[in-house]
Ligand binder design. Structure first.
Ligand code: GLN
Length: 488
C-alpha cells in the first residue's frame, strides 16, 4: 500500500485517510522518507520529523474520533515565504537564516486548523525575487524532469516537490508569475487567485500590491480542494483582504464548456514564443474546441509594457518592504561594525544577495525625488491601463488563454548572470499580476527536451471557480497532468 501513496492524487489520498485505509502517521513517514531519498533536488529548506509526526498523530486522533474534515491528515509543504512557528522561515535569504517566527501566517494556520500535516518548508528565490530559483541563498533547486534545468521560480521548491511526488500539494506565492511559471516548468497545476482572496498576513512581503498566495498540486481538482481552504476574508490582519466569503471550488469543477468563449490575445501568440511551446498550447486549444468552446481573437495591447511597469513597481515596493531588515529588529546582524550607520550597511551588504540589492537600488531610484513622476507615477498609470485592457477583453470572452512562458525550463546557470533575460521571460505572467486577476498554469504536454509546457488561463476577478472548471475539463479529456518525470 505505502509504495503507491505518493502517486495518489491529493483528493484520493484524503479519501483513503478518511476511510482509515491508511493512517496520517504512515503517510507522513512515507513522505518524509521520500524527501530524504530525493534530497539532492534541493526542494526543502527545513524539515523536522518530530514536528511532522506529532501533527500526524494529532490528525489520526481526530480521524479516530470520526472527524471528516476534508484535509485531515493530508501532508502538505509550504513555500518558505510563509512564516511558521513549527519551522524556521528564511524567505530564501541569509538575512533570515535561523529566524523563527512567533506566529503562523494565516494560510499556514488555516491548514493547521484543517488538520493537514506539514512536511516542512520549501526552497524559493530570495524574497521571491526570481524566475529560476537560482537566487536562493541556500542553493538552487533542480527540475525533477531534467536535473540540469531550473524548476522555475520563485516557487521552485514548491513546484519541484509536487513534480517529484514529495508532497501531493503545496503552497506558493505569485507576485509576477511565481506560481504559474514554476508550475509550467515542472508539469504541475497551480492557481494564483484574485489579489486579496487569500490572506497575505504572515507572508514575507516582496511587493505588497502584487503578492498573492495560492496552491500548487498535480491537478485542478486537487488545487480546488486546497484553494477552498485558503481563500476567505482576513480583514483584521490584512488590509487588502477582500470581504468575499470562502467558496467550495470543488463543486463547480464539472460545468459544461459548451459556448465558452476563450480569448486568445494576439500578443501572447506573437514572435518570441518558442515553436514547441506554441505547439503544446495549440494542442490544448484544439481539445477545448472539441469540448464545445469557441476561440476568440482578442488583444492586450500593453502586454510588452507590463515588463517595465512591473520592474518599476515591484522593486519600488520591495525597497520599502525590505527596509525592515536592518540588523536591529530581526534577522542577520554583521558581527563587526563601527557606528550605527556602519552596522546597517554591513548587515545589509552581508545579508542580501545580488538580485535583492539590485531591486532595492532600482526601487529607491524610481521613488526618489525627481524620478518619482517620470518612473513610478508613470508606471502606476500604465498599470491601470493594463487592467482596463483586460476589462475590455472580457467583454469579448469568458477566459483568456495563452502560454505561461515563452520557453520550457532553461538550463541551470544559463540566465543566472543575466537579470534582463530573466525579466523578459515573465512577459506573459506579469499582465494578470498587475491587474490583480486570477491566473492558472495547466499542463499541456511536453516540448523541447521532453520538458513540460503549461497553458495559462486567466479569468476575470473572482472567477477562480470558472478557471478551475475550465482546467478540470481539460484534465478529464487529456492525461498531460499525469505524466511524470523519469525515475520518480
Ligand atoms: N519572476 C518575477 C520576479 O522576479 C516574479 C516573481 C514572483 O512572482 N514572486 O519578480
Amino acid at each position: 500500500m505505502t509504495a503507491e501513496l505518493h502517486d495518489l492524487s491529493l483528493v484520493a489520498l484524503a479519501k483513503q485517510l478518511r476511510a482509515k485505509k491508511v493512517s496520517a502517521t504512515e503517510t507522513a513517514q512515507h513522505f518524509l522518507k521520500r524527501a530524504q531519498a530525493h534530497a539532492r533536488l534541493g526542494a526543502f529548506l527545513a524539515q523536522d520529523e518530530a514536528v511532522t509526526l506529532a501533527q500526524a498523530r494529532a490528525a489520526d486522533a481526530r480521524l479516530a474520533a470520526g472527524d471528516t474534515a476534508p484535509l485531515l491528515g493530508v501532508p502538505l509543504a509550504h513555500k518558505d515565504i510563509f512564516v511558521t512557528t513549527d519551522f524556521p522561515t528564511t524567505a530564501g535569504s541569509k538575512m533570515l537564516d535561523g529566524y523563527r517566527s512567533p506566529f503562523d501566517s494565516t494560510v499556514v494556520s488555516i491548514f493547521k486548523g484543517c488538520g493537514a500535516v506539514s512536511l516542512g518548508k520549501l526552497n524559493c528565490d530570495e524574497f521571491a525575487m526570481g524566475s529560476g530559483n537560482e537566487n536562493s541563498a541556500f542553493g538552487g533547486v533542480k527540475n525533477p524532469w531534467d536535473v540540469s534545468r531550473v524548476p522555475g521560480g520563485s516557487s521552485g521548491g514548491s513546484a519541484a516537490a509536487v513534480a517529484a511526488r514529495l508532497a501531493p500539494g503545496v503552497t506558493g506565492t505569485d507576485t509576477g508569475g511565481s506560481i504559474r511559471q514554476p508550475a509550467s516548468f515542472c508539469g504541475i497545476t497551480g492557481i494564483k487567485p484574485t489579489y486579496g482572496r487569500a490572506s497575505r498576513y504572515g507572508m514575507v512581503a516582496f511587493a505588497s500590491s502584487l503578492d498573492q498566495a495560492g496552491p500548487m498540486a498535480r491537478s485542478a481538482e486537487d488545487c480546488a480542494l486546497l484553494l477552498s481552504a485558503m481563500c476567505g476574508p482576513d480583514l483584521d490582519r490584512d488590509s487588502t483582504s477582500l470581504d468575499v466569503p470562502a467558496e467550495d471550488f470543488s463543486r463547480s469543477l464539472d460545468g459544461d464548456l459548451k459556448g465558452l468563449r476563450i480569448g486568445l490575445p494576439k500578443e501572447f501568440f506573437a514572435e518570441g514564443v518558442a515553436p514547441d511551446v506554441r505547439a503544446a498550447v495549440d494542442q490544448a486549444l484544439k481539445v477545448y474546441e472539441g469540448l464545445g468552446a469557441t476561440l476568440v481573437p482578442i488583444s492586450l495591447p500593453r502586454t510588452e509594457l507590463s515588463i517595465p511597469v512591473y520592474y518599476i513597481i515591484a522593486p519600488a515596493e520591495a525597497s520599502s518592504n525590505l527596509s525592515r531588515f536592518d540588523g536591529v529588529k530581526f534577522g542577520h546582524r554583521a558581527q563587526s561594525h563601527g557606528d550605527l550607520i556602519d552596522m546597517y550597511k554591513k548587515t545589509r551588504a552581508e545579508g542580501f544577495g545580488d538580485e535583492v540589492k539590485r531591486r532595492i537600488m532600482i526601487g529607491a531610484y524610481v521613488l526618489s525625488h525627481g524620478y518619482y513622476d517620470a518612473y513610478y507615477l508613470q508606471a502606476q498609470k500604465i498599470r491601470r491601463m493594463i487592467a482596463d485592457d483586460f476589462q475590455q477583453a472580457f467583454t469579448q470572452c469568458d477566459v483568456i488563454a495563452g502560454p505561461v512562458a515563452p520557453t520550457v525550463a532553461w538550463k541551470l546557470g544559463e540566465k543566472s548572470s543575466d537579470p534582463l533575460a530573466n525579466y523578459l521571460a515573465d512577459i506573459f505572467t506579469l499582465p494578470a499580476s498587475l491587474a490583480g486577476l486570477p491566473g492558472m498554469s495547466v499542463p499541456a504536454g511536453l516540448g523541447a527536451g521532453g520538458m513540460p509546457v503549461g497553458l495559462q488561463l486567466i479569468g476575470n476577478y473572482l472567477q477562480e471557480a470558472r478557471l478551475l472548471n475550465v482546467a478540470h475539463r481539460l484534465q478529464q479529456a487529456t492525461d498531460w497532468h499525469t505524466a511524470k518525470p523519469a525515475g520518480i
